[in-house]
Design a protein around this ligand. Structure first.
Ligand code: SF4
Length: 139
């Protein structure tokens, strides 16, 4: 494992992208970042720029409107990087399944390291997925 990967694993920074969801998953992600769960003690921080992010957390069913921006944001992230699909929307479209404007699943557009099922998933499940993704990073 390279030094850069080592430091990223020790302090992974997240970028959150809503690709057209209902905001339920976004609220659970924010709950996971609050002092109640305190993921910052593991170095996990939310960042605003893809150039500083290690893990892209995607919510929503990937709408036609957001697809291009999603791919651009993913391409701007430095390697090694990983994508976590949060909630049932990026996996199957969930309540937006078969809508005229949605393009789920997410892995048709960018590689996905982990899916976190649920509508929305609990913060504990989100933290578990982040840990699993970090274990596999740089291998
Ligand atoms: S999975 Fe459920 S809670 Fe999450 S964005 Fe989709 S509809 Fe909303």
């Amino acid at each position: 494992m390279g030094l850069t990967t080592y430091f990223r694993k020790k302090s992974p920074w997240l970028l959150h992208f809503n690709s057209g969801g209902c905001n339920g998953c976004d609220i659970e992600l924010l709950a996971a970042l609050t002092p109640r769960y305190d993921v910052e003690r593991f170095g996990v921080k939310l960042k605003g720029s893809p150039r500083h992010a290690d893990i892209l957390v995607v919510t929503g069913p990937v709408t036609k409107q957001t697809r291009e921006r999603l791919i651009r944001v993913y391409e701007q992230m430095p390697e090694p990087k990983a994508v976590v699909a949060l909630g049932s929307c990026p996996a199957s479209g969930c309540v937006f399944h078969d809508c005229y404007n949605t393009l789920a699943p997410l892995d048709k557009h960018i590689p996905v390291a982990a899916y976190v099922p649920g509508c929305p998933p609990r913060p504990e499940a989100i933290i578990f997925a982040l840990v699993k993704v970090l274990e596999g990073m740089g291998k």
